[in-house]
Structures are given as C-alpha cells and as structure tokens.
Design a protein around this ligand. Sequence first.
Ligand code: C2O
Ligand code: CU
Length: 532
Amino acid sequence: MLQHLTRREFLKLFGVGAGALALTGLTGCGVAPFLSGAAQPVRTNSDFVPDVELQLTATDTQASILPGQPTRVWKYDGAVLKGDPANLQAIPSSYLGPIIRAKHGQKIRIHLKNALGEPTIIHWHGLLVPPEMDGHPRYAIQPGQSYIYDFEVRNRAGTYWFHPHPHQRTGFQAYAGLAGLFLISDGEEREANLPNGEFDVPLVIQDRAFNATNQLVYVTNPMDQMMGFLGDRILVNGQPDFTMNVGTRAYRFRVLNGSNSRVYKLAWEDGTPLTVIATDGGLLEKPAQKSYVTLGPGERVELWADFSNRRVGSELKLKSLAFSGAESGMMSGMMGGGMMGGMMMGGGNAALPHGAEFTILRIKVDREIKDSTTLPERLSAIQRYRLDDAINHQNPRAFGVAMQRMMTWTINGRVFEMNGVANDEIVKLNTLEAWEFVNQTNSMDQMVHPMHIHGVQFQVVERQIAPQFQSVWETVRAGYVDEGWKDTVTLWPGERVKLLMRFEDFPGMYLYHCHNLEHEDQGLMRNYLIQA
Ligand code: C2O
Ligand code: CU
C-alpha cells in the first residue's frame, strides 16, 4: 500500500501541511544559523604578491527575476581592486555573482566581505587551494567581517565555480542567490582554439520556487530537507524562460548545474547528439558525442554547440528529458513496504517532480555568421591514472552513503563533525588512491547523491549497479561523462562508483560530501585529512 508515497502524502502522515513550513522571502528561516567558533580572518602572507586582487561582498539585495515585483536575493557584488577589469565579468540583470576570469599560474587575492546578517564563507568549487583557502565551514566569518583568500591558480583551464559553505546554511545561502562562475584559461586551451568572446557562453541552470509576490520560497519541511529542495521554475543565468539568439556558427556552452538538489538530463529537443568538450576539471582529450548528458548538482559540462547548418529563423530547445529513480525506494522502506527501490518512480509530488521532462532554454538562430571555426579532433592531454598504481588498489577506500536513523544521512555511519576525522579518512600526500562511493547499503533509503571531494580532481574508472536498480539506471547512465577530470560524481541509487585520485597539492583537512545541498546541510559531509 505504502510503497510509493508522494511528498504531500508523507507530509500528511507526519502531520505537516504542505504549505505550512514554506517560507516566503528570506527572513525568518526555520533553521538557526550555525555559529562557528573560530571565525578569524586569516592574516595575509606578506610574501604573497597578488597579480589580481578582487573583492566580493555578500549582500542582501533585490533582483528583477519575474515580471512585476523584484525578488529579494542574496548576491555577491564584485569589484576589481588590482589587475585587469576583465578579471570580473558581471552577468547582466542576474542575481548571480560576477564571473571571475583567471589564468593558470596567476596569484589571486580575494577579499570576502560579509554584509549579511549571518555567518558565511566561500568555497572555490573544484580549485586546488590550500586548506585554509578552501572555505571550510570552520572558517565562516561573522556579519561585518572579512576573509582574505590568497592562492595561486593551479588548475587546468575549465569551468569552476564558487558558493557559500557555512555549516547547515549552504543550501539556504546558495538558493538565495550566492554563487558565481570561476573560469580558468591556459595555454593548452588556447591551442584548442575554441569559440571565445560572445561565443563562449556561461549557462548556470537552477530551479527555484516563487510565491505570489515573486519572493523565493525555500521549503524547510522535514521531507524537503531529507530529499532535497526542488523548485518548479527553471532559471538560466538567473532568468526564467531563458532564450538566446545565436548566429550560424559554433559556440562554447559552459553549463553548471547550480541547483540545490535537481539532476538534469540535458538533450537537444530534435535528438541531435550533444558534443561534450569538457567536464568539471577542464577539457576532455577529444570531443565526446552523447545522446544526452546527466548533470548532478555541482557538476559542469562544456558543450560544442554548432548552429552553422541551421536555418536563420529556426529554433531549438535544450531540454531535460524524463528519467526515473532519483528518489526511488525512499518511502517504501521508511514505511515498511517491502518493495525494492527499482520498482518505483522517483520524484514524489513536487510541483515539478525530479525526473520530469521540461524545457531548460530556447535558442533562436537569428543571423548569418560566416565563421570557419571547426571542432578540434584533439582538445587536451590527460594523464590517465591506472588502478594498479593506486596504493590501495586491492582494497579501495569505500564510503557508503545511507540513511542511518530515520531522516539522518550518513557516510560510513557518521555525520559531519566540524573538526572530526576518522581513521579511515586519513590519506598521505603524494599517493594515488582508489575511492569508492557506494549507494547500495540497503534497499530502503536510496536516492541520487552527487558526491563532491574538495582538494583534488579525480578520474572515474568504474561503475557498478545493483541488479534491482538496473532499469532505473538505464534512464541516466548513457549521460555520464566519465572521460574527463571530475570533482563531483553523480551516484545513482544502487550504484558503486570507483575513483582514482592523487593527493599532490597541499596537506591538511578537506571536505567530501553530497552536493545535494540539503543533504550536505543535514550532515552528509565529512572531513578527510591529507597527511604530509
Ligand atoms: Cu560545491 Cu563543498 O562544495
Ligand atoms: Cu545526497
């Protein structure tokens, strides 16, 4: 009977009306801000001479998103204090923060100013920076304080991003608008001769929910917190019903899934394959053709979008196709139903269910452009790790994600501890390791978890699926782009994913966690320690 409860049914069972805990606007959130103990801005190191110096102020402001009343949002306001003004590029009329553009090897100083009414801190998602520059929640700063980040850009060219990371408030703050892209360029990328300038287009996809007066709604009922928040309006670069005009030529699309918990299954509406040229950690070795791309929260993918054979006046939609299983099994297990997860469709009863089909954006080909830019056959060099070279290849470090007690997500049975590191979370600098994320611990509590590791870029070397989840997995698996460098990997119900990573940058304590931000805030996050 109870094998498939919708969100609304769940709330009734728990005596919560669906709208009762919906918060309008951004004040009076039900979750008390977590007050970090040590909130000391790090002293600047006088040996560090920045090439570029920026300021980002986290502010409480307004943006025009829907027709009519403006929406209260939180936003990173940017300023270039030193260096080329082109190091920051605002996204016009968007709540999103400015795009930071940096070159490999540059030394960057960024002053974060907290003009909010609660603690915050920024994490540079995907960047290889020292632990004290990584935005660990223990460095959260109080209202009115500043934090100074000094780091050298070590990453390959690629599409990285930044967002808040204060414990238990990451989901809320990112949802309120605090996020931006961090784009890195390098010589190898220049040689690939990709579309640039106006033909290099950032596309940040997020889902939001609004009330009748255009204010953001972030539902904090127990169900949304446990499953992850889903909005019913799809925004691209902060705009609803996003439409872009293009010419008849090739474009570089940099796609970030900046949503709190929604997975997208990207595809062109007419069935043209997607041409993927980069993942989280930069360019692939060569372009990959995919009939669709599965993109979890925090993940990025770059597409080569060629409109040179399209007619002026034609249109094309980028869609998210239907899939199943994102929330499979959850309710059946909790309610004592014996059904296996693979039997259920996910998505509950959210206004726009997880796995529903919808349009993300519309493209209008509105002009002829004569251009001979062609897709390069080779994009970059990637050094392939070999499983045999991992120090633990016979016994990979395994991290099982499971719901331990009712409504508590855990990793190997543990929840986040601000300074806690367990014995099986200690690695050695300059070693290559195999890690496995496992979403198979039992059949009752499985949903999709986009797992993110700070401090490294890794390679995905193997995926296995439990037999009862095979059928739902088939709705997403062809969309994984495991060919390139990754910092976030989508872990489907029933999956076991094997990664290889080398800890070669900095010793110290870093996070690994689920990038479903409601899961992260609940404690589906742990520290790991890189020992020198
Ligand atoms: Cu994008 Cu620890 O997060
Ligand atoms: Cu999760």
